[in-house]
Each structure stands twice: as structure tokens, then as C-alpha cells.
Write a protein that binds this ligand. Structure first.
Ligand SMILES: CC(C)(COP(=O)(O)OP(=O)(O)OC[C@H]1O[C@@H](n2cnc3c(N)ncnc32)[C@H](O)[C@@H]1OP(=O)(O)O)[C@@H](O)C(=O)NCCC(=O)NCCS
Length: 181
């Protein structure tokens, strides 16, 4: 089966953001700072790990020679690096699981996450090999839930009291969107 992208990968433009493949040059103090910011990783299992340049290079290397994508998100206004997105593709099933991290907290709540999500998921669903898009998050992550629902994904499943956040067990909610054409 053909790969989802060429060597250079997709370069996608939304209304506020540009997405392109994450490269070794994107592993800098700003990026590592996001991964070690407890607010940013509050709902991610990354919160249990300490990150540095070496662990970041190891993570980036896991995408090599796979159908998965690791994208860097940039503000269109000044090209500033503001976050990352991942797509894990299960080629035999025609599905792809998507994740997002807007690491730059100064732009939270300004529509960058929604624009990045809509742009990337729209492009993924336009790929003929992909028939279903999935994503999941903690029931406490209101911003993420709103973002998924607003992109046209629908609630699919729940794992009750699945993970511990701030000492409390919380549900993990799964959302999905099918290709329609
Ligand atoms: C979740 C996240 C992607 C949202 O990105 P963002 O750029 O702040 O979101 P947007 O500004 O596009 O907001 C989308 C909607 O969600 C709302 N929203 C965002 N954060 C919210 C929060 N904490 N609580 C309630 N609503 C929230 C926004 O207000 C907006 O709705 P509105 O237009 O009606 O106001 C971002 O906060 C993030 O990356 N967080 C850290 C990593 C993370 O949790 N990723 C998901 C793990 S599964």
C-alpha cells in the first residue's frame, strides 16, 4: 500500500495555522518546555515523563519509515511554532487516530487548536485510504471535547473511570468521524 505522503510530507494551510512535518530542527527549548509544562500535559500520559532533546529525538525517530505523521503547527501570522499534531494510521483497517498539543499557552482559546484540528483532519479524511478518523481524551478536557465535536466528530464510546487525573479517576471519551464521499 502506498504511503500517505511524500518525503517532504504535506504542507497544510488553515485560516490561522500552517502544518508541516516536524523535523529535528523543531526540537528546541521552546518545544521541550511545552512537554515539561504540567498545564500543557495535564491530560496526556506525557505528564509522567521528563523530556529533553534526547527523548524528543527518540520520539521523532519512531515516525521514521511508518505511515504515521508527526506535524509541527505554526501561526500563519509570524510562523511561530505553537504546537504539534500526530496521526497514527492503521493501514489494514483504513483508520487514523489523531492527537493535538497546542504547547504555546499564550494562544489557547483563540481558535488555533480548532483551525489546526479542522485542517489536518479534513486533509486526512480526503485521503482515499482513510475511511474513519478517531480521537480520544479525558472527560475533564473540555477544550478538547469541544474541538472534536465542532469538527463534526461524534461521540462513540467511553471507558469509565479509566485514568487518574489530579488524584481522581475520570472517563476517557472516544470520538469518531467517517469519510462520507
Ligand atoms: C485542547 C487544546 C488543543 C485546545 O486548543 P485551543 O487552541 O486552546 O482551542 P480553540 O481556541 O481552538 O478552542 C476550541 C473551543 O474550545 C474552547 N476551549 C478551549 N479550551 C477550553 C477549556 N479549557 N475549557 C472550556 N472550553 C475550552 C474554546 O473556547 C473554543 O470554543 P469557543 O470558540 O466557543 O470559545 C489545547 O488547549 C491544548 O493543546 N491543550 C494541551 C494538550 C491537550 O490537552 N491536548 C489534547 C490531549 S487529548
Amino acid at each position: 500500500m502506498e504511503k500517505m505522503v511524500t518525503e517532504e510530507g504535506p504542507v497544510l494551510c488553515g485560516e490561522k495555522v500552517l502544518l508541516r512535518l516536524f523535523t529535528p530542527a523543531d526540537i528546541n527549548e521552546v518545544y521541550i518546555g511545552w512537554l515539561n509544562d504540567p498545564e500543557v500535559v495535564r491530560y496526556s500520559n506525557q505528564r509522567f515523563h521528563r523530556h529533553d532533546a534526547e527523548s524528543s529525538r527518540r520520539y521523532l525517530a519512531t515516525f521514521s519509515d511508518t505511515d504515521n505523521l508527526f506535524m509541527s503547527i505554526h501561526a500563519l501570522s509570524d510562523n511561530r511554532q505553537i504546537g504539534t499534531m500526530t496521526a497514527y494510521r492503521f493501514r489494514h483497517h483504513g483508520t487514523v487516530d489523531v492527537g493535538i498539543m497546542i504547547g504555546d499557552r499564550s494562544v489557547w482559546g483563540k481558535g488555533y487548536g480548532q483551525d489546526a484540528w479542522n485542517t489536518f483532519t479534513g486533509w486526512l479524511l480526503s485521503q482515499k485510504e482513510i475511511r474513519k478518523l478517531t480521537a480520544g481524551t479525558s472527560a475533564l478536557n473540555y477544550g478538547m471535547i469541544k474541538l472534536m465535536e465542532r469538527s463534526g466528530m461524534t461521540f462513540e464510546a467511553v471507558r469509565k473511570a479509566q485514568e487518574i487525573f489530579d488524584g481522581q479517576a475520570a472517563d476517557i471519551l472516544y470520538y469518531a468521524k467517517f469519510r462520507t464521499s
